[in-house]
Write a protein of this length. Structure first.
Length: 219
């Protein structure tokens, strides 16, 4: 199965990268006990902003887009520095940042999934590539900071949101829906699930809770 790419304007892609970089820098700047210097905060921001796209292109054995365009690294670096310097301002705008981040997850997921399909990946690996594109930056952030990977702990369903959106995209493409429509549906669904999880506290059951349920069933 092959597909056309879900293409968005460069400015929108760079905006998504910038939002990721701002969030990464804010996260690192809040870790006062780690005593991270200015360079470290900036690097974490850049890693979050560009990480998902880099992992996507490595998996697809393609030249990383951020390396072959002059805009990605400067925009990610500037956004990371901005997030670090204006931490208090962005903290007060946290609701807006979360909403933009939800849209960003959907965009990265749609781009990653359609790029995998376009290069001939089967649907299941294509969904995996899309999800990794969406959440890869946060995984690299936690690895770089030697923190437990947030993706594996109880919390907001950003990986699940990306999975549902990417799965919807491949189904729609398989049904012959235009890739722009399918990609837009992926972004909308991912965004709504992510925002719903933040607003209403949705999360997957904790493993210990499932263990307790099994013990209760045997009693």
């Amino acid at each position: 199965m092959s597909s056309a790419l879900f293409v968005i304007p460069l400015w929108l892609d760079l905006t998504a990268v910038a939002i990721g970089a701002i969030q990464g820098a804010m996260f690192a700047a809040r870790l006062t006990e780690r005593r991270i210097d200015l360079l470290g905060v900036a690097l974490i921001g850049v890693l979050v902003g560009l990480g998902g796209g880099l992992l996507r292109d490595v998996l697809l054995n393609q030249p990383p887009a951020a390396i072959f365009d002059n805009w990605y690294i400067p925009v990610a670096t500037a956004a990371a520095l901005l997030g670090m310097l204006l931490l208090r301002v962005f903290t007060r705008l946290n609701g807006l940042i979360i909403a933009l981040d939800a849209v960003t997850i959907g965009l990265f997921g749609a781009i990653g999934t359609t790029k995998a399909l376009a290069y001939g990946a089967p649907v299941v690996p294509a969904v995996f590539v899309g999800v990794l594109s969406a959440v890869g930056g946060s995984i690299l952030r936690d690895v770089a900071l030697n923190l437990p990977i947030a993706l594996m702990h109880v919390g907001s369903l950003y990986a699940i949101a990306a999975t549902v959106g990417a799965a919807l995209l491949v189904v729609l493409v398989a049904l012959g829906v235009n890739v722009i429509v399918a990609g837009s549906a992926c972004v909308v669904v991912t965004t709504l699930i992510r925002l719903g999880s933040v607003r209403f506290g949705w999360s997957l059951p904790e493993q210990r809770a499932l263990g307790s349920w099994k013990v209760w069933r045997r009693a």
